[in-house]
Design a binder for this molecule. Sequence first.
Ligand SMILES: Nc1ncnc2c1ncn2[C@@H]1O[C@H](COP(=O)(O)OP(=O)(O)OP(=O)(O)O)[C@@H](O)[C@H]1O
Ligand SMILES: [Mg+2]
Length: 307
Amino acid sequence: MPSIAVRVKGMSIGGERDRSAQPTDIKHRIDMFKKIREQEQAIKEKMSKIKYKLVVLSGKGGVGKSFVTASLAFALASKGKKVGVLDADVHGPSIPKMMGVHGYTLMATPDGQILPATAPLGVKVVSIGLLLPDDHTPVIWRGPIKTSAIRELLAYTAWGELDYLLVDLPPGTGDEQLTVVQLIPNITGAIIVTIPSDVSRIVVLKAISFAKKLNLPIIGIIENMSYFQCPDGSKHYIFGEGVGKRIAEETNVRFLGEIPIDPLISRANDSGEPFFIKYPQSLAAKAFMEIADKIISIVEREASKPN
Ligand SMILES: Nc1ncnc2c1ncn2[C@@H]1O[C@H](COP(=O)(O)OP(=O)(O)OP(=O)(O)O)[C@@H](O)[C@H]1O
Ligand SMILES: [Mg+2]
């Protein structure tokens, strides 16, 4: 049984220390390094069965990374791709609700593999949120414990063969982001999410530098909450106009598209019904379909290029 499940169940929530992560002697340290090496080997094997691994990154909080991850996963799945989503947001896991698997409890197989939850269109989902007893239980972990939790999810999840794994990252450019980027071998690239505000632009530029420093290819930028369209068809740029495109030009990165603001999005997300599934004819769902086409053509074309 992977120790993460035990750790989460019997856990140390509330500030109590997780003693398994506090080596007290040399033997313990050696065992710990051995375990980490085994896990890294397991990650390599698991990831070798996944064709394209994409991280969704922003730097900025609340710009819609999780919503974009969930909707892109459904859009890719509706195009016949086998898709998995790893929610790497330890403190604010919102993927289960946005993907309609809230309340599902992750199960482990007898040989210690985590079975993902299955969202609509067969998308497989794993999240720390599916290991917590309820919505109000906070995860109070320091950096090394978060790192080992993410490593364990990557090492033990039985994704099977997938076309796409999307990893929803929390805001920032710290522990969790580094862990994911460094642990996933041959990562295909990052999708950057912004909103059209200058405050977001400044933080997103940092996230782009972070990706470039780590040699993480950037697939492109998505601008979320771009505009509001009235029933008469008029468009209103509530936060600003063209910021995503400007970031793309400034950083020489592709611009993938704009997602409108829609009150039905936050309503669906809050109620645990996946927006993309409930409103497939909406402007936003159509925008995700177009962005999914672009992503498919970018990553699959790159992959088919001779070395
Ligand atoms: N295009 C949109 N129109 C309306 N509401 C949206 C849109 N995109 C996201 N939201 C809402 O905005 C809020 C933030 O979205 P989300 O949780 O996806 O952001 P995030 O970047 O993942 O946040 P965090 O940094 O906390 O992980 C949610 O309530 C979501 O329902
Ligand atoms: Mg999020």
